[in-house]
Design a protein around this ligand. Structure first.
Ligand code: NIG
Ligand code: FE
Length: 412
Protein backbone atom coordinates (compact mmCIF):
# COMPACT_ATOMS: atom_id res chain seq x y z
CA UNK A 1 0.00 0.00 0.00
CA UNK A 2 2.39 2.69 -1.18
CA UNK A 3 1.74 5.97 -2.96
CA UNK A 4 4.14 7.36 -5.54
CA UNK A 5 4.36 11.07 -6.35
CA UNK A 6 6.19 11.32 -9.65
CA UNK A 7 7.51 14.08 -11.94
CA UNK A 8 7.61 16.55 -9.03
CA UNK A 9 8.93 19.78 -10.54
CA UNK A 10 10.86 20.50 -7.34
CA UNK A 11 10.89 18.66 -4.01
CA UNK A 12 11.62 21.24 -1.34
CA UNK A 13 13.29 21.07 2.07
CA UNK A 14 15.02 17.73 1.47
CA UNK A 15 17.11 16.69 4.45
CA UNK A 16 18.78 13.29 4.22
CA UNK A 17 20.46 13.88 7.60
CA UNK A 18 17.95 14.87 10.27
CA UNK A 19 18.39 18.40 11.63
CA UNK A 20 16.85 19.79 14.84
CA UNK A 21 16.80 23.43 13.78
CA UNK A 22 18.70 25.89 11.64
CA UNK A 23 20.43 29.08 12.76
CA UNK A 24 22.06 32.10 11.15
CA UNK A 25 23.68 31.38 7.77
CA UNK A 26 22.32 27.80 7.70
CA UNK A 27 18.89 29.32 7.21
CA UNK A 28 19.89 30.62 3.77
CA UNK A 29 20.13 27.09 2.42
CA UNK A 30 17.00 25.26 1.32
CA UNK A 31 17.97 21.91 -0.23
CA UNK A 32 15.77 20.73 -3.07
CA UNK A 33 15.66 18.06 -5.79
CA UNK A 34 14.40 19.08 -9.21
CA UNK A 35 12.40 16.53 -11.25
CA UNK A 36 11.87 14.28 -8.25
CA UNK A 37 9.82 11.37 -6.95
CA UNK A 38 8.56 10.66 -3.43
CA UNK A 39 7.10 7.46 -1.96
CA UNK A 40 4.72 7.32 1.00
CA UNK A 41 4.16 4.11 2.92
CA UNK A 42 1.98 3.68 6.02
CA UNK A 43 1.71 7.46 6.34
CA UNK A 44 5.48 8.00 6.34
CA UNK A 45 7.95 9.26 3.76
CA UNK A 46 9.71 6.03 2.77
CA UNK A 47 11.77 7.11 -0.22
CA UNK A 48 12.54 10.07 -2.49
CA UNK A 49 15.09 11.07 -5.08
CA UNK A 50 15.63 12.13 -8.68
CA UNK A 51 13.12 10.86 -11.28
CA UNK A 52 15.87 8.95 -13.05
CA UNK A 53 16.03 6.70 -9.94
CA UNK A 54 12.25 6.37 -9.54
CA UNK A 55 11.28 2.83 -8.42
CA UNK A 56 9.08 0.84 -10.79
CA UNK A 57 7.28 -1.36 -8.24
CA UNK A 58 3.48 -1.61 -8.10
CA UNK A 59 2.01 1.34 -6.25
CA UNK A 60 -1.55 1.45 -4.95
CA UNK A 61 -1.72 5.09 -6.05
CA UNK A 62 0.34 7.21 -8.40
CA UNK A 63 0.08 11.02 -8.32
CA UNK A 64 1.52 12.80 -11.33
CA UNK A 65 2.91 16.11 -10.03
CA UNK A 66 4.09 17.47 -13.37
CA UNK A 67 4.65 21.24 -13.03
CA UNK A 68 3.89 21.12 -9.29
CA UNK A 69 6.08 21.22 -6.22
CA UNK A 70 6.00 19.33 -2.93
CA UNK A 71 7.17 20.74 0.37
CA UNK A 72 6.66 19.74 4.00
CA UNK A 73 3.40 21.14 5.37
CA UNK A 74 3.66 24.34 7.39
CA UNK A 75 4.45 23.95 11.09
CA UNK A 76 2.52 26.63 12.99
CA UNK A 77 4.01 26.63 16.49
CA UNK A 78 1.90 29.43 18.03
CA UNK A 79 -1.88 29.71 17.78
CA UNK A 80 -4.95 30.39 19.90
CA UNK A 81 -7.47 28.86 17.51
CA UNK A 82 -9.76 27.60 20.25
CA UNK A 83 -11.87 30.66 21.01
CA UNK A 84 -15.50 31.74 20.95
CA UNK A 85 -17.02 34.58 18.97
CA UNK A 86 -14.83 37.29 17.50
CA UNK A 87 -13.65 40.85 18.24
CA UNK A 88 -14.75 42.56 15.06
CA UNK A 89 -16.15 45.43 17.13
CA UNK A 90 -12.68 46.16 18.56
CA UNK A 91 -11.27 46.02 15.03
CA UNK A 92 -13.55 48.91 14.10
CA UNK A 93 -12.70 50.70 17.38
CA UNK A 94 -9.04 50.55 16.39
CA UNK A 95 -9.82 51.86 12.91
CA UNK A 96 -11.55 54.75 14.66
CA UNK A 97 -8.44 55.55 16.65
CA UNK A 98 -8.43 53.49 19.85
CA UNK A 99 -5.28 51.54 20.62
CA UNK A 100 -5.10 47.81 21.47
CA UNK A 101 -3.97 48.88 24.94
CA UNK A 102 -6.85 51.34 25.45
CA UNK A 103 -9.36 48.69 24.38
CA UNK A 104 -7.85 46.19 26.84
CA UNK A 105 -7.85 48.79 29.64
CA UNK A 106 -11.57 49.36 29.04
CA UNK A 107 -12.34 45.68 29.69
CA UNK A 108 -12.04 44.62 26.05
CA UNK A 109 -9.26 42.51 24.62
CA UNK A 110 -8.49 39.14 26.17
CA UNK A 111 -11.10 39.72 28.92
CA UNK A 112 -13.74 40.30 26.26
CA UNK A 113 -12.89 36.94 24.63
CA UNK A 114 -12.81 35.27 28.06
CA UNK A 115 -16.35 36.45 28.82
CA UNK A 116 -17.63 35.05 25.52
CA UNK A 117 -15.79 31.77 26.00
CA UNK A 118 -16.93 31.28 29.58
CA UNK A 119 -20.56 31.37 28.51
CA UNK A 120 -20.10 29.16 25.42
CA UNK A 121 -20.87 25.46 25.76
CA UNK A 122 -18.02 23.01 25.23
CA UNK A 123 -19.82 21.67 22.17
CA UNK A 124 -20.21 25.13 20.67
CA UNK A 125 -16.57 25.96 21.39
CA UNK A 126 -15.49 22.73 19.69
CA UNK A 127 -17.66 23.43 16.65
CA UNK A 128 -16.35 26.99 16.28
CA UNK A 129 -12.74 25.87 16.70
CA UNK A 130 -12.85 22.94 14.32
CA UNK A 131 -13.89 25.28 11.50
CA UNK A 132 -10.65 27.21 12.04
CA UNK A 133 -8.57 24.04 12.22
CA UNK A 134 -10.07 22.80 8.95
CA UNK A 135 -9.45 26.22 7.41
CA UNK A 136 -5.73 26.25 8.29
CA UNK A 137 -5.30 22.67 7.08
CA UNK A 138 -6.57 23.74 3.67
CA UNK A 139 -3.98 26.54 3.80
CA UNK A 140 -1.22 23.95 4.20
CA UNK A 141 -0.73 23.59 7.95
CA UNK A 142 0.04 20.02 8.99
CA UNK A 143 1.20 20.61 12.57
CA UNK A 144 -0.10 23.18 14.99
CA UNK A 145 0.24 24.29 18.59
CA UNK A 146 -2.92 25.53 20.31
CA UNK A 147 -3.07 27.50 23.56
CA UNK A 148 -5.68 27.89 26.26
CA UNK A 149 -5.89 31.32 27.90
CA UNK A 150 -9.35 32.62 27.06
CA UNK A 151 -10.86 30.74 30.01
CA UNK A 152 -9.13 32.35 32.99
CA UNK A 153 -11.12 30.20 35.47
CA UNK A 154 -10.49 26.58 36.38
CA UNK A 155 -13.63 25.44 34.64
CA UNK A 156 -13.16 27.46 31.45
CA UNK A 157 -9.44 26.71 31.08
CA UNK A 158 -10.17 22.97 31.39
CA UNK A 159 -12.99 23.37 28.86
CA UNK A 160 -10.59 24.93 26.35
CA UNK A 161 -7.97 22.26 26.91
CA UNK A 162 -10.54 19.47 26.53
CA UNK A 163 -11.57 21.01 23.21
CA UNK A 164 -7.92 20.94 22.08
CA UNK A 165 -7.76 17.28 23.17
CA UNK A 166 -10.87 16.50 21.15
CA UNK A 167 -9.38 18.22 18.10
CA UNK A 168 -6.28 16.05 18.56
CA UNK A 169 -8.40 12.93 18.63
CA UNK A 170 -10.53 13.83 15.64
CA UNK A 171 -8.04 15.39 13.21
CA UNK A 172 -4.98 13.77 11.64
CA UNK A 173 -2.67 16.80 11.89
CA UNK A 174 -0.16 16.97 14.74
CA UNK A 175 -1.49 19.11 17.59
CA UNK A 176 0.35 20.25 20.73
CA UNK A 177 -1.49 21.83 23.67
CA UNK A 178 -0.23 24.73 25.77
CA UNK A 179 -1.67 25.92 29.08
CA UNK A 180 -1.84 29.74 29.02
CA UNK A 181 -3.80 30.46 32.20
CA UNK A 182 -1.56 33.53 32.66
CA UNK A 183 -2.91 35.33 29.60
CA UNK A 184 -4.61 38.20 31.45
CA UNK A 185 -5.65 38.99 35.01
CA UNK A 186 -9.39 38.22 35.32
CA UNK A 187 -11.69 41.08 36.40
CA UNK A 188 -12.36 39.31 39.71
CA UNK A 189 -8.65 39.68 40.56
CA UNK A 190 -8.30 43.20 39.12
CA UNK A 191 -6.63 44.54 42.27
CA UNK A 192 -5.13 41.25 43.39
CA UNK A 193 -2.94 39.80 40.65
CA UNK A 194 -1.00 37.76 43.23
CA UNK A 195 -4.27 36.06 44.15
CA UNK A 196 -4.78 34.98 40.54
CA UNK A 197 -1.21 33.72 40.19
CA UNK A 198 -1.73 31.74 43.43
CA UNK A 199 -4.95 30.23 42.08
CA UNK A 200 -3.25 29.44 38.81
CA UNK A 201 -0.35 27.67 40.50
CA UNK A 202 -2.24 25.97 43.33
CA UNK A 203 -5.63 25.16 41.81
CA UNK A 204 -5.63 25.25 38.01
CA UNK A 205 -2.16 23.97 37.06
CA UNK A 206 -2.38 20.76 39.19
CA UNK A 207 -5.69 19.84 37.48
CA UNK A 208 -4.30 20.55 34.00
CA UNK A 209 -1.31 18.33 34.77
CA UNK A 210 -3.34 15.59 36.46
CA UNK A 211 -5.67 15.35 33.46
CA UNK A 212 -2.67 15.47 31.10
CA UNK A 213 -4.24 18.26 29.08
CA UNK A 214 -1.09 20.19 28.13
CA UNK A 215 2.51 19.64 27.12
CA UNK A 216 3.60 23.26 27.40
CA UNK A 217 3.09 26.24 29.68
CA UNK A 218 2.85 29.85 28.51
CA UNK A 219 2.71 33.28 30.20
CA UNK A 220 1.94 36.66 28.63
CA UNK A 221 5.01 38.35 30.12
CA UNK A 222 4.25 42.00 29.40
CA UNK A 223 3.79 45.38 31.06
CA UNK A 224 0.25 45.47 32.45
CA UNK A 225 -0.14 41.67 32.27
CA UNK A 226 2.38 39.39 34.04
CA UNK A 227 5.77 40.58 35.32
CA UNK A 228 9.07 38.73 34.99
CA UNK A 229 8.72 37.66 38.64
CA UNK A 230 5.20 36.28 37.98
CA UNK A 231 6.51 34.55 34.86
CA UNK A 232 9.35 32.88 36.74
CA UNK A 233 6.99 31.67 39.49
CA UNK A 234 4.60 30.19 36.93
CA UNK A 235 7.33 28.57 34.83
CA UNK A 236 8.94 27.06 37.94
CA UNK A 237 5.56 25.64 38.99
CA UNK A 238 4.96 24.29 35.49
CA UNK A 239 8.38 22.63 35.44
CA UNK A 240 7.46 20.64 38.56
CA UNK A 241 4.69 19.06 36.51
CA UNK A 242 6.91 18.49 33.48
CA UNK A 243 5.39 21.33 31.45
CA UNK A 244 7.96 22.98 29.19
CA UNK A 245 7.88 26.77 28.74
CA UNK A 246 6.83 28.49 25.50
CA UNK A 247 6.17 32.11 26.34
CA UNK A 248 4.82 35.42 25.03
CA UNK A 249 7.55 38.04 25.44
CA UNK A 250 8.59 41.47 24.12
CA UNK A 251 5.36 42.14 22.21
CA UNK A 252 5.01 45.73 23.39
CA UNK A 253 7.88 46.21 25.86
CA UNK A 254 11.18 44.54 26.61
CA UNK A 255 11.11 43.78 30.34
CA UNK A 256 13.31 40.69 30.71
CA UNK A 257 10.91 38.00 29.54
CA UNK A 258 13.44 36.46 27.16
CA UNK A 259 15.94 36.16 30.00
CA UNK A 260 13.29 34.44 32.14
CA UNK A 261 12.49 32.07 29.27
CA UNK A 262 16.13 31.15 28.71
CA UNK A 263 16.62 30.68 32.47
CA UNK A 264 13.76 28.17 32.53
CA UNK A 265 14.93 26.41 29.34
CA UNK A 266 11.97 27.59 27.32
CA UNK A 267 11.49 25.71 24.08
CA UNK A 268 10.49 28.99 22.47
CA UNK A 269 10.12 32.71 23.18
CA UNK A 270 7.50 34.25 20.94
CA UNK A 271 6.63 37.69 19.47
CA UNK A 272 9.88 39.69 19.98
CA UNK A 273 8.65 42.85 18.31
CA UNK A 274 10.56 44.99 20.84
CA UNK A 275 14.17 43.87 21.22
CA UNK A 276 17.05 45.41 23.18
CA UNK A 277 20.68 44.51 22.54
CA UNK A 278 20.83 42.24 25.60
CA UNK A 279 17.80 40.32 24.32
CA UNK A 280 19.78 39.21 21.25
CA UNK A 281 22.78 38.27 23.35
CA UNK A 282 20.95 36.08 25.84
CA UNK A 283 19.45 33.94 23.06
CA UNK A 284 22.83 33.03 21.57
CA UNK A 285 23.98 29.43 21.98
CA UNK A 286 20.78 28.32 23.70
CA UNK A 287 18.18 25.72 22.73
CA UNK A 288 15.41 28.32 22.94
CA UNK A 289 13.80 29.09 19.57
CA UNK A 290 12.83 32.71 18.90
CA UNK A 291 9.44 32.81 17.14
CA UNK A 292 8.16 35.74 15.07
CA UNK A 293 4.47 36.30 14.31
CA UNK A 294 4.41 38.89 11.50
CA UNK A 295 0.65 38.72 10.89
CA UNK A 296 0.21 40.18 14.38
CA UNK A 297 2.48 43.12 13.51
CA UNK A 298 0.55 43.56 10.27
CA UNK A 299 -2.85 43.55 11.97
CA UNK A 300 -1.95 45.73 14.98
CA UNK A 301 0.45 48.03 13.14
CA UNK A 302 3.24 47.36 15.63
CA UNK A 303 6.92 46.81 14.72
CA UNK A 304 7.97 43.59 13.01
CA UNK A 305 10.39 41.27 14.81
CA UNK A 306 13.90 42.28 13.68
CA UNK A 307 14.43 39.00 11.84
CA UNK A 308 17.27 40.24 9.65
CA UNK A 309 19.29 41.39 12.64
CA UNK A 310 18.58 38.17 14.53
CA UNK A 311 19.55 35.84 11.70
CA UNK A 312 22.62 37.93 10.85
CA UNK A 313 23.63 37.61 14.52
CA UNK A 314 23.62 33.84 14.06
CA UNK A 315 20.30 33.16 15.80
CA UNK A 316 17.62 30.73 14.63
CA UNK A 317 14.09 31.96 13.94
CA UNK A 318 10.72 30.26 13.48
CA UNK A 319 7.58 31.77 11.95
CA UNK A 320 4.05 31.22 13.26
CA UNK A 321 0.60 32.76 12.77
CA UNK A 322 -0.56 33.57 16.34
CA UNK A 323 -4.12 32.97 15.04
CA UNK A 324 -6.38 34.58 17.69
CA UNK A 325 -9.45 36.83 17.82
CA UNK A 326 -7.71 39.98 19.05
CA UNK A 327 -4.30 40.59 17.53
CA UNK A 328 -4.26 38.17 14.58
CA UNK A 329 -7.55 36.85 13.25
CA UNK A 330 -5.76 34.89 10.53
CA UNK A 331 -4.12 31.46 10.45
CA UNK A 332 -2.60 31.71 7.00
CA UNK A 333 1.02 30.51 7.04
CA UNK A 334 1.39 31.44 3.36
CA UNK A 335 0.69 35.05 4.29
CA UNK A 336 3.13 34.75 7.21
CA UNK A 337 5.87 33.52 4.86
CA UNK A 338 5.16 36.35 2.39
CA UNK A 339 5.07 38.98 5.12
CA UNK A 340 8.35 37.68 6.57
CA UNK A 341 9.98 38.21 3.18
CA UNK A 342 8.31 41.52 2.36
CA UNK A 343 8.43 43.23 5.74
CA UNK A 344 11.19 41.44 7.63
CA UNK A 345 13.57 41.04 4.69
CA UNK A 346 13.92 37.30 5.09
CA UNK A 347 14.85 35.47 1.90
CA UNK A 348 12.37 32.86 0.64
CA UNK A 349 14.84 30.16 1.77
CA UNK A 350 15.02 31.59 5.29
CA UNK A 351 11.25 31.96 5.48
CA UNK A 352 10.62 28.38 4.32
CA UNK A 353 13.12 27.04 6.87
CA UNK A 354 11.54 29.18 9.59
CA UNK A 355 8.01 27.97 8.74
CA UNK A 356 8.89 24.27 8.49
CA UNK A 357 11.82 22.74 10.38
CA UNK A 358 12.27 25.58 12.89
CA UNK A 359 8.52 25.72 13.49
CA UNK A 360 8.52 21.96 14.09
CA UNK A 361 11.32 22.38 16.67
CA UNK A 362 9.39 25.17 18.40
CA UNK A 363 6.67 22.65 19.27
CA UNK A 364 8.87 19.61 19.89
CA UNK A 365 7.95 17.93 16.61
CA UNK A 366 11.25 18.16 14.71
CA UNK A 367 11.65 14.37 14.65
CA UNK A 368 8.22 13.90 13.07
CA UNK A 369 7.60 16.78 10.64
CA UNK A 370 9.20 19.86 9.07
CA UNK A 371 11.36 18.31 6.34
CA UNK A 372 11.39 15.73 3.56
CA UNK A 373 13.27 13.05 5.46
CA UNK A 374 12.79 9.28 5.36
CA UNK A 375 10.72 8.11 8.33
CA UNK A 376 9.01 11.46 8.91
CA UNK A 377 5.25 11.83 8.57
CA UNK A 378 4.07 12.38 5.01
CA UNK A 379 2.51 15.74 5.90
CA UNK A 380 3.01 17.48 2.60
CA UNK A 381 1.90 20.44 0.53
CA UNK A 382 1.30 19.74 -3.15
CA UNK A 383 1.30 23.08 -4.97
CA UNK A 384 -0.57 24.10 -8.07
CA UNK A 385 1.71 24.44 -11.11
CA UNK A 386 4.21 27.23 -10.28
CA UNK A 387 7.52 28.37 -11.74
CA UNK A 388 9.62 28.47 -8.59
CA UNK A 389 9.17 28.15 -4.83
CA UNK A 390 10.02 31.85 -4.47
CA UNK A 391 6.77 32.54 -6.30
CA UNK A 392 4.86 31.51 -3.14
CA UNK A 393 6.01 34.47 -0.98
CA UNK A 394 6.34 36.77 -4.00
CA UNK A 395 2.73 36.54 -5.16
CA UNK A 396 1.31 37.23 -1.71
CA UNK A 397 -2.36 36.63 -1.14
CA UNK A 398 -2.71 34.03 -3.89
CA UNK A 399 -3.36 30.45 -2.83
CA UNK A 400 -0.84 28.19 -4.56
CA UNK A 401 -1.81 25.07 -2.64
CA UNK A 402 -3.56 22.32 -4.57
CA UNK A 403 -3.80 19.83 -1.69
CA UNK A 404 -2.50 19.07 1.77
CA UNK A 405 -1.54 15.47 2.47
CA UNK A 406 -1.57 14.39 6.10
CA UNK A 407 0.08 11.06 6.88
CA UNK A 408 -0.13 10.45 3.16
CA UNK A 409 -3.90 11.03 2.97
CA UNK A 410 -5.20 13.80 0.77
CA UNK A 411 -7.14 16.55 2.54
CA UNK A 412 -9.22 18.81 0.34
O1 NIG B 1 -0.37 36.57 21.06
N1 NIG B 1 -0.37 38.74 23.36
C1 NIG B 1 -1.08 37.94 23.90
N2 NIG B 1 -1.95 37.13 23.32
C2 NIG B 1 -2.39 37.21 21.98
C3 NIG B 1 -3.45 38.20 21.76
C4 NIG B 1 -4.57 38.03 22.63
C5 NIG B 1 -5.81 38.77 22.25
O2 NIG B 1 -5.79 39.97 21.95
O3 NIG B 1 -6.86 38.09 22.29
C6 NIG B 1 -1.21 37.45 21.07
O4 NIG B 1 -1.11 38.47 20.39
FE1 FE C 1 -0.14 34.58 20.99
Amino acid sequence: MATLFKNIKELIQVRTEPVSFLSGKEMKILPTIKDAFLVVEKGLISDFGAMQDCPTSDFSEVVDATGKMILPSWCDSHTHIVYAGNREGEFVDRINGMSYEEIANNGGGILNSAKTLQSASEEDLYNQSKVRLEEVMLLGTGAVEIKSGYGLTLEAELKMLRVIKRLKENYPVEIKATFLGAHAVPTKYKDNKEGYVDELINEILPKVAEQKLAEYIDVFCETGYFSVADTERILAAGQKYGLVAKIHVNQFTSIGGIQAGVKYNALSVDHLEEMREEDFEVLKNTKTMPVAVPSCSFFLGIPYTPARKMIDAGLPLALATDYNPGSTPSGNMNFVVSTACIKMKMTPEEAFNAATINGAYAMGLEKKVGSITKGKLANLILTKPINSYGFIPYSFGTNHIESLYVKGEKIG
